[in-house]
Design a protein around this ligand. Structure first.
Ligand code: ZN
Length: 99
C-alpha cells in the first residue's frame, strides 16, 4: 500500500492503538497511519454498543430458551452460528462472552 500523502510505500503494522483497542494497519515514515477498515469499523461499532443497553427477545425450542442476539452484536463480536459462547451468572444477570 502507498501513502496518500507522500506516495512512499507504507509498512504493515500489527497492534496499532485505536481507541482502547489494538488493530492492524499501515504506517508511513511521514507519520500517516491507515487502519484496517474492517477492524476499525468493528471497534467503532463495539464502542457504540457499549454505551447502550440492548434489548433481546427470548424464544423457545423444546425445553431450551433461545436468546436472539441483534445483528450488530454478531458483527461487533465476530459471532457465528454454531459457535460456542461462555455464560456467567453475575448477580441477577447473565454475561455472555465469546469462547
Ligand atoms: Zn507518507
Amino acid at each position: 500500500m502507498k501513502c496518500h500523502k507522500c506516495g512512499k510505500p507504507m509498512k504493515h503494522v500489527k497492534g496499532i492503538e485505536f481507541n482502547e483497542y489494538k488493530i492492524d494497519g499501515w504506517k508511513c515514515s511521514c507519520g500517516e497511519v491507515y487502519y484496517n477498515p474492517e477492524q476499525a469499523q468493528k471497534i467503532l461499532l463495539l464502542n457504540k454498543l457499549k454505551k447502550k443497553v440492548i434489548r433481546a427477545r427470548l424464544g423457545k425450542i423444546r425445553s431450551n430458551l433461545i436468546l436472539r442476539l441483534p445483528k450488530d452484536i454478531e458483527t461487533a463480536l465476530d459471532l457465528e452460528k454454531g459457535e460456542e459462547v461462555l455464560l456467567k451468572v453475575e448477580g441477577h444477570g447473565l454475561k455472555v462472552m465469546p469462547a
